[in-house]
Design a protein around this ligand. Structure first.
Ligand SMILES: NC(=O)c1ccc[n+]([C@@H]2O[C@H](COP(=O)([O-])OP(=O)(O)OC[C@H]3O[C@@H](n4cnc5c(N)ncnc54)[C@H](OP(=O)(O)O)[C@@H]3O)[C@@H](O)[C@H]2O)c1
Length: 181
């Protein structure tokens, strides 16, 4: 068996204070003003540090509604239902239907080391598989009351180590955690 260097998953995501990443219908308009106000929340530095992005079909479908394609790294969409990637994106996006472990092994074999993991269900699945090394979660000062949750049920506790927290004039509060076990 050939040895492959470690590959790690990394989360960079915004959530309402009550833990939702989108409204139930996928709406993220409540989030957009914060990304347009010129405050540096570290997204560019984070994206420069990763080799590729694994996202769920839900997040991919949302990204398709934006006027421009947002990502400058290879994107892997995890889906068991999606069959084709729309023409212009075919060179930038691939579909993966395997388990999180198998997807990460494939990406490691391609030379990737740091992978951005995005989408609520996908993050939960990668956390369960212990494939996430750290998470930067930016809390937005709003209570949505319902929506698509960032976190969900797990079989066992996942211990975290708090690395640091920054608060911004806009009211955003960003915390970094490493997965401790
Ligand atoms: N606030 C933020 O910063 C932020 C960031 C990212 C996304 N979002 C929002 O979050 C929403 C999407 O999140 P989401 O939680 O609904 O979906 P998601 O995690 O993006 O995608 C979930 C889908 O991925 C597929 N999948 C394949 N393998 C899977 C696995 N092992 N575990 C789980 N899913 C797997 C399934 O689709 P198939 O049925 O095709 O298999 C599943 O329905 C969108 O509205 C997006 O705008 C917000």
């Amino acid at each position: 068996m050939t040895h492959q260097p470690a590959i790690t998953g990394h989360v960079f995501i915004a959530a309402s204070l009550d833990g939702y990443i989108a409204r139930t219908d996928g709406d993220i308009e409540w989030l957009i003003p914060y990304s347009e106000m010129g405050e540096d929340h570290g997204y560019r530095a984070f994206s420069d540090s990763i080799d590729g992005i694994v996202m769920g079909r839900g997040s991919f479908e949302k990204a398709l509604t934006f006027s421009t394609w947002f990502y400058d790294r290879p994107v892997i969409v995890m889906s068991r239902s999606l069959k084709d990637i729309p023409g212009p994106l075919a060179s930038k996006v691939t579909i993966a239907s395997q388990s999180p472990e198998a997807v990460m092994q494939d990406l490691a074999a391609q030379g990737m080391r740091r992978v951005y993991v995005d989408g609520g269900k996908i993050i939960q699945s990668f956390l369960r598989a212990r494939l996430i090394a750290d998470m930067i979660v930016t809390h937005v000062p709003v209570l949505l009351g319902s929506g698509i949750p960032l976190f969900g049920e797990q079989e066992a506790d996942i211990a975290l180590r708090h690395v640091g927290t920054t608060s911004f004039p806009s009211g955003l509060v960003q915390s970094k955690y490493e997965i401790a076990n």
